[in-house]
Ligand binder design. Structure first.
Ligand SMILES: Nc1ncnc2c1ncn2[C@@H]1O[C@H](COP(=O)(O)OP(=O)(O)OP(=O)(O)O)[C@@H](O)[C@H]1O
Length: 262
């Protein structure tokens, strides 16, 4: 059993790797180290969850890993190719084609229909209209929002909006989906639906990196990273999520997080 898990670990490929990653925010005369010398690998096909107390640097790390922001120091590799030295044009291309991002605030464009919101990043990534259209329709159908296709975000529920945001994140078949507290603005039931969708995507091979404060959401992880004061505090490796293992997972996750945070 032990040798099997070691073997599995050795065969995991990283999709992202960061070395000595630091981000310093400067405001006026103050400067603040939001992340400090982080060394981390994100593995292909993993459901990685990042937890930590408020202000510990979770969102900052997610922005750096996804190329939404650039580090003050350190190197970022995507599939072993360095990307933090790319120019802005190459980074825009990276963000458009290699990653998808789901925000807590959902962030759909209010004047576009759900369909248009989902298709929009597909059009700007340079794919054909027909290809984007059929991918958008298929995503909407699999996320059960096809009947709301022509509605504006304000005309659907929060859960339906977040499903549209997930479809938008998937339109360009990204290598990694980042989700920053994707259930934070939703009720428990809608939140569960979003977690089930992410879990299902991960089962099909989609790499996911999610920030959450929610212990139940964290139980979806197969790798749980705890951040403290801008540094990696510790990492918990779990098996792939199965609903029937929830009680055991909750026990492990609670004792990992509270054991470390007390
Ligand atoms: N643009 C900024 N300018 C200055 N400081 C910032 C900026 N963005 C974040 N910070 C600071 O960096 C630290 C880390 O912020 P970050 O948003 O990454 O934390 P977090 O762990 O995601 O917090 P939360 O759980 O509350 O969302 C915080 O102390 C925050 O105040």
């Amino acid at each position: 059993m032990i040798s099997l898990s070691i073997q599995q670990k050795q065969t995991k490929k990283n999709v992202l790797r960061v070395e000595n990653l630091s981000k310093v925010y400067n405001s006026g005369e103050d400067s603040f180290h939001a992340t400090k010398n982080i060394n981390l690998e994100i593995y292909d096909g993993d459901f990685t969850v990042i937890m930590g107390s408020s202000g510990s640097g979770k969102s900052t790390l997610l922005y750096l890993l996804s190329g939404l922001d650039s580090p003050t120091e350190g190197d970022i590799y995507f599939k072993n190719e360095r990307i933090d030295t790319n120019d802005e044009r190459a980074m825009a291309q990276f963000r458009a084609t290699k990653i998808g991002y789901v925000y807590q605030s959902i962030n759909l464009l209010p004047d576009l229909s759900l369909f248009e919101n989902i298709a929009f990043p597909g059009y700007i990534s340079g794919r054909t209209k027909g290809e984007v259209r059929s991918k958008a329709l298929s995503l909407m159908s699999s996320l059960d929002i096809d009947k709301q296709k022509n509605r504006l975000p304000s005309q659907v529920s929060g859960g339906q909006q977040q499903r549209a945001a997930i479809a938008r994140a998937l339109i360009n078949s990204p290598e990694v989906v980042f989700a920053d507290e994707p259930t934070g603005a939703l009720n428990v039931q809608q939140g569960e639906i979003i977690l089930d969708i992410l879990t299902e995507l991960n089962k099909k091979g989609q790499s996911i990196v999610m920030v959450t404060h929610d212990m139940k959401a964290a139980c979806r992880a197969d790798r749980l990273i705890l951040i403290k004061d801008g540094m990696i505090d510790s990492i918990l490796e779990l098996s792939k999520y199965k609903p029937e293992t929830m009680v055991e997972r909750e026990r492990k996750v609670y004792s990992f997080v509270f054991g470390k945070e007390s």
